[in-house]
Ligand binder design. Structure first.
Ligand code: XMP
Length: 326
């Protein structure tokens, strides 16, 4: 039986018992799991927790700002916000292969995190937002992308090299329980019920070689798409199209196509919109977004994001297509 206030009290007591007066560090991604873990551990040990938030320059629009607002300003969590955009962009320069990009982003992430963690000599624990499905998934040996997901998500190898003990307070929880816990801890609904976002971020949503220019265009297009999904309510269910989709985002295609604007001809980049419905992310259907919604998003992106003159909608299901384009 799941009683939230009791659960929070017990979880807090467990963390206090486990870590005592020790300092704890946590890698914050801005995602649901690490945010809830941060809020819970902060409730238990306050300033003894330090979170490290690595901004790789491949986050969504205002994502860093939001994390700082919600967790630092509102809840008072200690956060070291590392702006590592230049470092990541440098390492990624000219690298087009998706798995190579994932490896670089994962490796750089660990390096930046480790450098920050190394400055905190008194830290004894590394906290992670590992949830029950992650535990199962790691137990079942997986290959390919799943391994890449794991290795990045769980900041693989850090406990060994940093000599830290592992603190994983969400290990027994399913995703919906983690969300309920997040709400109980005072995290806002929009953060707790956010679509999943891959660790490599926009790095796998910019096809081929990553450039800051591309990331900046994609961020703005993506934000418009998400805003319209949130604002468009389906009359039958009364729910927004953001809530009616499991994952939705824009993808940057580094190809140019011809368009017209006013009296002139444009020759600009293409953005693809991806929205899927799924229960387990192993298979997924493309979402039947209403045409007026697509029209509005397309119109806004082309008008507001100079450099994009064409928007297409991805009507591929998984399998055989994947949810991400890389
Ligand atoms: P695909 O594209 O394989 O994605 O259908 C399934 C789910 O996994 C997410 N995904 C990732 N998550 N690191 C992550 O943390 C990754 O490298 C990665 N690749 C895909 C994807 O967003 C979707 O939710």
């Amino acid at each position: 039986d799941w009683n939230m206030p009791d659960y929070v009290t017990e979880a807090v007591a467990r963390i206090r018992e486990q870590v005592g007066d020790d300092e704890v560090i946590l890698g914050l991604s801005g995602g649901v799991d690490s945010s809830v873990a941060a809020a819970l551990i902060h409730k238990a040990i306050g300033d003894k927790l330090t979170c490290v938030f690595v901004d790789h320059g491949l986050l969504r629009l205002n994502e860093g700002k939001q994390v700082m607002e919600v967790l630092h300003e509102n809840l008072g969590v200690n956060i070291v916000h590392v702006n590592a955009e230049a470092k990541f962009m440098g390492e990624l320069e000219g690298v087009a292969d998706p798995e190579a990009k994932r490896k670089i982003i994962g490796r750089e992430f660990v390096e930046v995190f480790q450098e920050e963690a190394g400055k905190r000599k008194d830290a004894k624990w590394l906290a992670q937002g590992t949830i029950y499905p992650d535990v199962i998934e790691s137990a079942a040996s997986k290959t390919g992308k799943a391994v890449a997901i794991k290795s990045h998500h769980n900041v693989g190898g850090l406990p060994e090299t940093l000599n830290l003990k592992l603190l994983e307070p969400l290990r027994e929880l399913f995703k919906d329980e983690v969300r309920e816990l997040g709400i109980a801890l005072g995290l806002p609904h929009h953060m707790v019920y956010r679509h999943p976002f891959p660790g490599p971020g926009l790095g796998v949503r910019i096809l081929g070689a990553v450039k800051k220019e591309y990331a900046d265009l994609l961020r703005r297009a993506d934000a418009i798409f998400i805003e319209e999904l949130r604002n468009t309510i389906d009359p039958e269910t009364g729910r927004s199209w953001y809530d009616l989709t499991s994952q939705a985002f824009a993808v940057f295609l580094p190809v140019k196509s011809v368009g017209v604007m006013g009296d002139g001809r444009t020759y600009d980049y293409v953005v693809a919109l991806r929205a899927v419905q799924t229960s387990d992310f192993m298979t997924a259907d493309w979402a039947p977004l209403p045409y007026p919604l697509l029209a509005k998003v397309s119109g806004r992106i082309i008008n507001e994001v100079r450099g994009i003159n064409r928007v297409v909608y991805d009507v591929s299901s998984k399998p055989p297509a994947t949810i991400e384009w890389e």
